[in-house]
Design a protein around this ligand. Structure first.
Ligand code: GDP
Ligand code: PGA
Ligand code: MN
Length: 605
């Protein structure tokens, strides 16, 4: 075994002690402290090219950009290998896998023993949110993957300035330990995408630690994102009366110049990034992105909820992203400085994926490295293939993104993929009703997680895989948040469903994408008091004619179909909601039973 050597160190005593401890356990060849400099990242990109992990794209097509293909088994989050290891099992609740921290740490310590042999151990200081926030949210990821380092550089604020601030403040930080779990013992040769069949994505909420082993995929390996900013942060937020949510943040300016900020919680691969980058089809409306995946919300001095996007980059689903659906995403990645994983490679050194262009290229190298033609009969890109790109490159990034204390949220949307039942949009009566709609949110599963696709499951606030504690306590936390402010200051809550299908021909009832601005317009009119709505048993839907369909190729009848609250469908839904709420057992806040009773009574009436 080679002796461990460090290129530098830190005066943050807790950090230095932890780095030494991990190095002693994992026995890397060397330890490198990541500064985040351009030269350093360039060096790592070059190493990744030499290792075969990266293919450099043509500089004239996508400057400073790389293509990577993962091991075919390592393409998405692994929810059944994800653990919330709180001291007590009941604190993890029924939505999480649980193991006692000591037991899980025992198992994982054995796995980590010598796991970085022959590799470099990188230490990445990072901050989620702004370095000059009132309370900077520090983290350090230790990883043996250069792919993770260069991805973290895009996704979070990392490196030298963060470490210096952590030293000055002797700041505490979230510890994230990551290994691909592929030691190069006895001179074993490396592979393009090292990973392990044994995977653990472990969270210790009480000690604010993350231990990840065996996967290189973004959601499992870039520990600042889902692991810290959602699972660990949700537990912090409960303790400190704020919110860590799986939400996009969008700024909308109406033709008269009024500004609104909207947050939206949709499960993975259900349209957050697309809505955050919307190109409105309505004349005079301007949209700007603040965030596309995660919102941290705190009460401001004025009693309103303010949201910040803690991230620095976008990690978007590639397939379905094209000139017609999401031109802003195309403008963002065109500027380069991006990593594309599990998409297809064109013969002239560019990338392609299903939905990018109407016409398919005549020949590609698909994500598995095989020759591909339109006749191949398979998709060229994995359904969960991703672009990883700097947020600041997005041409419609709002200047408020740089506001350390965030933007005041006017409305919260809950959405998911539902072929039936859930109308295009409806408004909830009040905060508690909105919490009920969020707590019973459902969606068809997607390729963003390993497992069956297209199965309806309940996904509270789109946080099912990300709640870092007991789901009943999480719903209760939402209710508590609602008690902290006057009703008039709280965001109004809506449910949306861009994915409803025609019962006859199975086609989407709503065009979606840029036309979703029509739904947002109605919501803003409701906030301003001018939008007309009609009561239904589930909530308030747009009155006939209230939804602006100018220039849309849709009949009144089709719009009505998209907005329909169907008695039969809701009778079935009610049963499913009851079944779901029963799972919370004694942890279900009584207000949810009250809301259920109201829904039942409304449907019976
Ligand atoms: P995220 O993971 O929640 O950020 O989801 P994305 O915005 O990346 O979208 C996931 C998939 O849903 C992509 O394939 C999109 O093309 C598709 N999608 C997003 N918005 C819409 C919409 O309004 N209508 C339809 N039909 N598809 C959408
Ligand atoms: P997303 O999540 O699909 O919500 O963008 C990324 C992930 O898979 O971790
Ligand atoms: Mn996304």
């Amino acid at each position: 075994m080679t002796a461990t050597s460090a290129t530098t160190g830190t005066t943050n005593a807790a950090l230095q002690a932890w780095v030494d401890e991990v190095a002693a356990l994992t026995t890397p060849e060397k330890v490198v402290w990541i500064t985040g400099s351009d030269e350093e990242i360039q060096g790592l990109n070059d190493e990744l090219v030499a290792a075969g992990t990266f293919v450099k794209l043509d500089e004239s097509k996508k400057p400073n950009s790389y293509w990577a293909a993962s091991d075919p088994s390592d393409v998405a989050r692994v929810e059944d290998r994800t653990f919330i290891a709180s001291e007590k099992e009941e604190d993890a609740g029924f939505t999480n896998n649980w193991m006692a921290p000591a037991e899980l740490k025992g198992i994982m310590t054995d796995l980590y023993k010598g796991c970085m042999t022959g590799r470099t151990m990188y230490v990445i200081p990072f901050v989620m949110g702004h370095l000059n926030a009132d309370q900077p949210m520090y983290g350090v990821e230790i990883t043996d993957s250069a792919y993770v380092v260069v991805s973290m550089k895009i996704m979070a604020r990392i490196g030298e300035p963060v470490l210096r601030a952590m030293e000055e403040q002797q700041a505490s930080f979230v510890k994230g330990l990551h290994s691909v779990g592929y030691p190069l013992t006895d001179g074993k040769a490396d592979v393009k995408w090292p990973c392990s069949d044994t995977k653990y994505i472990a969270h210790f909420p009480e000690t604010r630690e993350i231990w990840s082993y065996g996967s290189g995929y973004g959601g499992n390996a870039l520990l600042g994102k889902k692991c810290y900013a959602l699972r660990i942060a949700s537990a912090m937020a409960r303790d400190e009366m704020w919110m860590a949510e799986h939400m996009l943040i969008l700024k909308l300016t109406s033709p008269t110049g009024s500004k609104h900020y909207i947050a939206g919680a949709f499960p993975s691969a259900c349209g957050k990034t697309n809505l955050a980058m919307i190109d409105p089809t309505l004349e005079g409306w301007q949209a700007e992105m603040v965030g596309d995946d995660i919102a941290w919300m705190r009460f401001g001095k004025d009693g309103r909820l303010y949201a910040v996007n803690p991230e620095f980059g976008l990690f978007g689903v590639a397939p379905g992203t094209g000139e017609n659906t999401n031109p802003n995403a195309m403008r963002t990645v065109e500027q380069g400085n991006s990593i594309f994983t599990n998409v297809a490679l064109t013969d002239d050194g560019d990338v392609w994926w299903e939905g990018m262009t109407d016409e398919k290229p005549a020949h590609l190298t698909d994500w598995k490295g095989n020759d591909w033609t339109p006749e191949s009969g398979v998709v060229s890109s994995h359904p969960n293939s991703r672009f990883c790109t700097p947020a600041k490159q997005c041409p419609m990034m709002a200047e408020e993104y740089d506001e350390p204390n965030g933007v005041p949220i006017d409305a919260i949307l809950f959405g998911g993929r539902r072929k039936t039942t859930v109308p295009l949009v409806y408004e909830t009566r009040d905060w508690n009703h909105g919490v009920f709609v969020g707590a019973t949110l459902s969606s068809e599963t997607t390729a963003a997680a390993v497992g069956a696709v297209g199965v309806v499951r309940r996904d509270p606030m789109a946080m099912l895989p990300f709640i870092g504690y007991n789901a009943g306590d999480y719903v209760n936390h939402w209710l508590e948040i609602g008690k902290q402010a006057d009703a008039a200051k709280l965001p109004k809550i809506y449910q949306v469903n861009w994915f409803r299908r025609d019962r006859e021909d199975g086609s989407f009832l709503w065009p979606g994408f840029g036309d979703n601005a029509r739904v947002l317009k109605w919501i803003i009119e409701r906030l301003d008091g001018s939008g007309e709505g009609v009561d239904t048993p589930v909530g308030i839907v747009p009155a006939p004619g209230a939804l602006d369909t100018t220039g849309l190729d849709m009949t009144e009848e089709q719009v009505a179909k998209a907005l329909e609250v169907n008695a039969e469908e809701w009778a079935t839904e009610l049963g499913l909601i009851e079944e779901w709420l029963a799972k919370f057992g004694e942890n279900l806040p009584t207000q949810m039973q009250d809301e259920l009773a109201t829904l039942k009574a409304n449907l019976d009436a």
